[in-house]
Design a binder for this molecule. Structure first.
Ligand SMILES: *Cc1c(COP(=O)(O)O)cnc(C)c1O
Length: 368
């Protein structure tokens, strides 16, 4: 592969296809698959990822906000798109773009019904989200009767799916809690269906849910992080392939004498001769200040180099004293071989956070 020449996020569509097929192999054939592409497809490239998933016959997309769904429509994506966390101020534009809202409270349902009526809609697909223990978004089980009352004799909307979200699907210590959520969700759907006279699609599982509780796949599953190559534990990570690989280059090398310091606030202080390299990536690119101070490594010609001193807006400095390298050489931040999960763990966070932090100003290069 040709030299990157600048900070680049490589996006491997073969890895995406591998992960998609792997996740599908873990659930009953015929189960619908919703791909979560919010936050620029977890910091990668939402449009490229979505187009590839369309080719792979994905059934559904989900985004968090209405704006993200509009970007997909503007790129020509025609698949159904669920908006997980819409706001009423956007209902009109959501409808204009054939996006499907997750309705999560009596207030949101009422306001959507009003917007649907104003637009003269009939049988518009909506999704009803229940809270079964995450206590973040969703109707409570007690809301079933009021929901049904709100919908009586109204033809503006049709419940296309019913969903909930697990609170700790990756955590085996919380297995009993997850099983209770599964049971409660099943009961909620049963009660609702008995009154509706039709059967909306049911979906509960995120990536870790698919891996740990495949018996609760219902008619559809929702996966984000797994598609991008991470499974919330080392054993699964070994079966998945990272889609995003972040690389940069050495801009300049410096010889540091004993007693000198490196970077803002002189945070790194040297007590012997060191060689440092300056890289064109910083906190404005998503490498937060928590990665500074020597805790986190990047990889230069196959060897570990710690990020030293304070992370700057557009630069980091690394220690390459014991590494054979020169200006212009490539540096691997994370991705293939050195996972974003390990990189994130060094600063007490998770792959989700570092992946979605990667700034849109970094060049993307697609491998397909
Ligand atoms: C983000 C999100 C997902 C995706 O979760 P992963 O752990 O990335 O698979 C699924 N469902 C909901 C409601 C979400 O907000």
């Amino acid at each position: 592969m040709s030299k990157i020449g600048e900070t680049t996020l490589e996006i491997d569509l073969f890895a995406l296809e591998h992960n998609f097929n792997y996740l599908k192999s873990r659930i009953t054939p015929g189960t619908m698959f919703l791909a979560v592409v919010k936050a620029f497809a977890y910091g990668s490239d939402m449009i490229t990822i979505a187009k590839k998933l369309v080719q792979l016959n994905v059934d559904y997309f989900a985004v968090a906000y209405t704006k993200e769904g509009i970007l997909l429509r503007e790129a020509g994506i025609e698949s159904p798109i669920l908006v997980l966390h819409p706001q009423p101020v956007n209902f009109e534009v959501l409808i204009d773009n054939c996006l499907e809202p997750s309705l999560y409270s009596p207030r949101i349902l009422q306001l959507f019904l009003e917007a649907a009526k104003a637009k003269g809609l009939q049988q518009y697909p909506v999704h009803i989200k229940f809270n079964t223990g995450l206590n973040r978004l969703g109707f409570w089980e007690n809301d079933i009767t009021p929901i049904l009352e709100q919908l009586t004799d109204r033809n503006e909307v049709r419940i296309k799916s019913v969903l909930s979200h697990l609170a700790a699907s990756e955590d085996i210590k919380e297995k009993a809690f997850s099983l209770q959520q599964i049971e409660d969700f099943t009961a909620i759907c049963q009660r609702l269906n008995a009154h509706l006279g039709y059967r909306p699609i049911r979906h509960l599982l995120n990536t870790s849910g698919i891996l740990n509780f495949p018996q609760a796949a219902f008619e559809m599953v929702r996966s984000g992080i797994g598609l991008y190559g991470y499974g919330n534990n080392a054993e699964i990570d070994a079966k998945l392939k990272p889609v995003a690989t972040l690389k940069t280059v050495i801009s300049q090398r410096h010889k540091i004498a004993p007693g000198e310091s490196v970077g803002y606030n002189r945070r790194y202080r040297s007590n012997d001769y060191r060689i440092t390299a300056t890289l064109p990536i910083g906190h404005a690119d998503g490498i937060g200040r928590q990665y500074g101070g020597g805790k986190t490594n990047v990889w230069v010609n196959g060897k570990k180099a710690p990020i030293i001193g304070n992370v700057c807006m557009d630069m980091i400095m690394i220690d390459v004293t014991d590494i054979d390298c020169k200006e212009g050489d490539e540096v691997l931040i994370f991705g293939h071989e050195h996972s974003a999960e390990d990189f994130a763990n060094s600063a007490n966070t998770i792959s989700y956070e570092i992946l979605t932090a990667i700034s849109q100003r970094i060049s993307r290069r697609i491998k397909s």
